[in-house]
Write a protein that binds this ligand. Structure first.
Ligand SMILES: O=C(O)CCC(=O)C(=O)O
Ligand SMILES: [Fe+2]
Length: 312
């Protein structure tokens, strides 16, 4: 594989400490990050390192099950369930080298939880973490709504997790180990091929040492999916939550905020992480019945078509 060209970009690290009293300052920092590289990391959030460790051990216990059991909760296009080596990215034309299990809050999960006997405690642990991710996301939604001059609860209502048709997703991810002795990997082998997320906003939980996440901001992309452009390895401290703007917030902000290409590169160079890689994404996606009726006057004409809940 042609070696990747790397460049340094500073990914802002934003503290959410004293959120209610520092709301304006935090909003200004979030807006700056959203307007530049579209990626930032959060520290001092309500999600603690023990919370993150707990969900990673819950996730690992799921992936350790035999495929025959995981296959009893198969992926469907409602974006729930388990898949393995099946997500084909337009950037690579082949499936990502991973398995994932997608969980939602609402009716789409019917039949997609394993029975408790198969994995005791999995469902309450996952649901508790989803509530925490939702609550943190709502803080960011408030800031972005203010920044855009929308009503404070504009994004929160569209992404309300109590809507029966809420589409937000917790995605547990497991990228397979690579044997460094097995020789060079095929050119198309990525753990996750380059893509932008199509949601409002993504929270990414990563384990220190399990590198691979890289970004390439859209305004600097001149080759297909940025494959030949300069990438930046995402660095983060233990407990930090890496966040990125999705296509929906880019469109709702009239392109002011940037949805950025990112990928998980296959390990190939010294210093890369060849072992199994676990990560967790929380995708904020509007309820299927949300139809944009709450967009403030004067704003709607500038927002792209095709960003109603049903179309996601
Ligand atoms: O695993 C990661 O670090 C990134 C995952 C990701 O970008 C995605 O699932 O959309
Ligand atoms: Fe992504």
């Amino acid at each position: 594989m042609a070696p990747t060209k790397y460049t340094t970009r500073t990914i802002p690290r934003i503290s959410l400490a004293d959120f209610p009293t520092r709301l304006d300052a935090i909003t200004a920092q979030l807006l700056h990050a959203a307007e530049t590289d579209g990626f930032f990391s959060l520290t001092d959030t309500e999600i603690s390192i023990p919370d993150i460790n707990a969900i990673f051990s819950t996730s690992k216990s799921f992936f350790a099950l035999p495929d025959a059991i995981k296959a009893t909760v198969p992926f469907t296009h409602a974006n729930v369930g388990w898949e393995t080596r099946s997500q084909i990215r337009p950037s690579t034309g082949v499936a990502d080298q991973k398995e994932s299990y997608q969980l939602q809050f609402g009716a789409n999960m019917s039949g997609k939880w394993l029975p408790d006997a198969a994995l005791p405690g999995f469902k309450p642990s996952a649901q508790l973490f989803m509530q925490k991710a939702q609550s943190l996301s709502e803080k960011l939604m408030l800031c972005f709504a203010r920044g855009l001059g929308f009503p404070d609860d504009f994004f929160v209502r569209a992404h309300d997790s109590s809507r029966p048709d809420c589409q937000s997703v917790l995605r547990l991810l497991h990228y397979f180990a690579v044997d460094p002795a097995a020789g060079p990997l095929p050119e198309t082998y990525y753990r996750a091929g380059a893509h932008a997320d199509w949601d409002l906003l993504t929270l990414l939980f990563q384990l220190p040492g399990q590198s691979g996440l890289e970004i390439c901001p859209g305004r600097e992309v001149v080759t297909n999916f940025g494959m030949g452009d300069e990438w930046t390895k995402v660095d983060f401290a233990a407990g930090d939550i890496v966040c990125n703007i999705g296509d929906l917030l880019m469109s709702w902000s009239d392109d002011r905020f940037k949805s950025t290409f990112h990928r998980v590169k296959a390990p190939e160079e010294e210093g890369d992480w060849f072992g199994p890689r676990y990560s967790i994404a929380f995708f904020n996606q509007p309820g299927r019945d949300w139809a944009g009726e709450e967009v403030p006057d004067g704003y709607w004409g500038r927002v792209y078509e095709g960003c109603y809940g049903e179309e996601f």
